[in-house]
Design a protein around this ligand. Structure first.
Ligand SMILES: Nc1ncnc2c1ncn2[C@@H]1O[C@H](COP(=O)(O)OP(=O)(O)OP(=O)(O)O)[C@@H](O)[C@H]1O
Length: 576
């Protein structure tokens, strides 16, 4: 909570000004009934027109002054609340960029989306309200009671009886409502999650004709959200009449006792009118409480959620002794007895893996689905740390590199290519800061996508729809390969990224990228692709079964022979 509100620090001065302006407004509100009482007692009751005009003019001038301070207060309050929201969104974004996959696994995407939108807006609105009216309500209530005492203590004592009852009741409502609002935010997460999955998987849903099923899933989440929200709001709204009932009883009591005292001559009529006026204002302030409780409870829940993300410890950082000057030059990669399990699981997905890839070598990794190929890949750019064993790049431990330097020298093309909405040129240039037009063309040519792009109506300016929906699978793969090539990586890693290419295109691509990189890792299911590498590593259930050339593996590995046979029969073509 504290960490969230520390983002208000840069706006301290503006917030103080807004608060002071609000106090001025409050003072005017409290003084007006006092002057009204004076006008009645000295002006109206004595029939003194001059006196009435004097008090009347003072009251009009004060109302005008309060109006101007109100507008200025709004201006400052919105400056503080919008600035706060901007800063916290920036910080949240930066924090998420720092996150490792292990960190990200702990937060659902829908949860993060709700944090950025709903939760930040909730706190922003509450800050605005706090500076505008929220603090005014309790002060108005307190000031009303004090002023009533100044005017006539015997009548004002009636207020005092109701105040502790009301405060106790309010605190109880606040505690309960805060818990309820945490649940509301969780339900918003759920609705966002179903919505997000639907938008992402729209093609699949249509192809499987699962519209009704998805509709039901959404309805369930939506109904749950509506019911929880309705219950929460009803609970808070139910507290309102109870508060007002107690207040109205006090007002009736004041009028009753005020009347008897006025007849007995112990209180002026002006006093009674002023005190009733104060009672009304206190009642109004209290009626604002249910709204304030609602806002505070929601804000407490939202601030806790945001605080949890800000407090999350990033678990994959540069090691303290990492050398900033150390860069990857040759692209030699060595695994020494590496075992690995994901932080969320107890099962090892890689077991005691040891091999060395020399600079300039092409290594294919082949293995059944789930055998650990992608997991092995993720260790090379240090997306995860090894659980046991050590990984060396250019004979230096991977942890001795700054993450930035290490990853800059690696081109990684993931299994399912992800493109961003925008023109094709931007998608390729994204791989390198300040990439030139010529570099984009060269990368696209090497990735064998240049001609396809030139045949499009808007060529490199062709807009890619969300997630590349207007491109074929093979086109998307080649654009994401171009994006990796533009970095001129020392180590290029293709995670089954040529699966949608025909043999001839794939051969041209592998030929073209030879000169510009040192080491190539290529995960593939196709023996024809693996045969183009210098050596092949065979993985099975996280264990390295063999490593060697195609011929060597054919001789020594039964599993490899079976894979070859399953793809080519007994005769396999020489595709090199
Ligand atoms: N983020 C993760 N958290 C926990 N377990 C994971 C995670 N990612 C993968 N795994 C598990 O690790 C094992 C190896 O997965 P991996 O993706 O490395 O296999 P793969 O050989 O690349 O498979 P495929 O050819 O199907 O892509 C699988 O059992 C998988 O369930």
């Amino acid at each position: 909570m504290r960490s969230v509100f520390s983002f208000l620090k840069p706006y301290k001065l503006t917030a103080v000004i807004a608060f002071l302006l609000m106090l001025v407004e409050l003072a005017v509100d409290l003084l007006l009934p006092f002057f009204l009482g004076k006008m009645i007692d000295y002006g109206i009751q004595n029939g003194d027109l001059n006196n009435i005009v004097m008090w009347g003019s003072i009251m009009i001038a004060m109302a005008l002054f309060s109006f101007i301070t109100g507008i200025t207060n709004s201006f400052f309050a919105s400056h503080v609340s919008w600035g706060f929201a901007y800063d916290i969104r920036e910080r949240l974004f930066r924090k998420i960029q720092e996150f490792s996959f292990a960190n990200l696994n702990r937060f659902a995407t829908s949860h993060l989306m709700t944090l950025f939108t709903n939760d930040v807006r909730q706190i922003q609105n509450t800050i605005f309200m706090a500076l505008r009216i929220m603090a005014k309500a309790p002060l108005l209530a307190l000031g009303g009671v004090i002023m009533a005492f100044i005017v006539n203590p015997r009548l004002a004592i009636i207020f005092l009886i109701s105040v502790p009852v009301l405060i106790g009741f309010l605190l109880w409502v606040l505690k309960k409502a805060s818990k309820l609002f945490s649940r509301v935010q969780e339900k918003i997460d759920n609705v966002n999650q179903v919505m997000q999955e639907n938008l992402a998987g729209m093609r699949l849903i249509k192809a499987f004709f699962r519209r009704n099923h998805e509709q039901d899933r959404f309805e369930e989440a939506n109904t749950d959200l509506r019911d929880t929200t309705r219950f929460t709001f009803r609970f808070i709204e139910a507290s309102m009449p109870i508060l007002l009932f107690v207040m109205n009883l006090s007002i009736i009591a004041i009028i009753w006792f005020g009347n008897t005292q006025s007849i007995a001559g112990t209180a002026d009529v002006g006093d009674v009118v002023a005190i009733v006026n104060y009672a009304m204002r206190v009642a109004m302030a209290i009626s604002m409480f249910s709204f304030i409780i609602m806002a505070l409870s929601r804000t407490k829940a939202s601030a806790e959620r945001i605080g949890e993300l800000l407090d999350e410890e990033v678990d994959l950082l540069d090691k303290e002794d990492a050398d900033d000057k150390q860069k990857v030059i040759d692209g030699k990669v060595e695994f020494k007895h590496v075992s690995f399990k994901y932080p969320t699981s107890d099962d090892y997905v890689l077991r005691d893996i040891s091999f060395t890839v020399k600079p300039g070598e092409k290594l294919a990794i082949i293995g059944a689905t789930g055998s650990g190929k992608s997991s092995l890949f993720q260790l090379i750019p240090r997306l995860y740390d090894t659980t046991y064993g050590e990984l060396y790049i250019d004979d230096k431990p991977i942890s001795s590199y700054k993450l930035d330097n290490l990853r800059k020298s690696i081109g990684y093309v993931p299994q399912s290519p992800l493109l961003f909405s925008g023109p094709i040129i931007d998608n390729i240039a994204w791989g390198k800061d300040n990439a030139t037009h010529d570099e984009v063309l060269k990368a696209a040519s090497d990735a064998q996508i240049h001609q396809t792009i030139m045949d499009l109506p808007n060529q490199y300016q062709t807009q890619i729809g969300q997630k590349g929906v207007n491109l074929s699978g093979g086109q998307k793969q080649r654009i994401s390969i171009a994006r990796a090539l533009i970095r001129k990586p020392r180590i290029l890693m293709l995670d089954d990224s040529t699966s949608a290419l025909d043999l001839a295109t794939e051969a041209r691509l592998l030929e073209a990228i030879q000169d510009d990189l040192n080491t190539l890792f290529i995960i593939t299911q196709k023996i024809s692709t693996a045969m183009k590498a210098d050596r092949i590593l065979l993985l099975d259930e996280g264990k390295m079964l063999s490593i060697g050339t195609h011929e060597e593996l054919l001789k020594e590995s039964e599993l490899y022979q079976r894979i070859v046979e399953s793809q080519f029969g007994k005769e396999y073509p020489d595709v090199r």
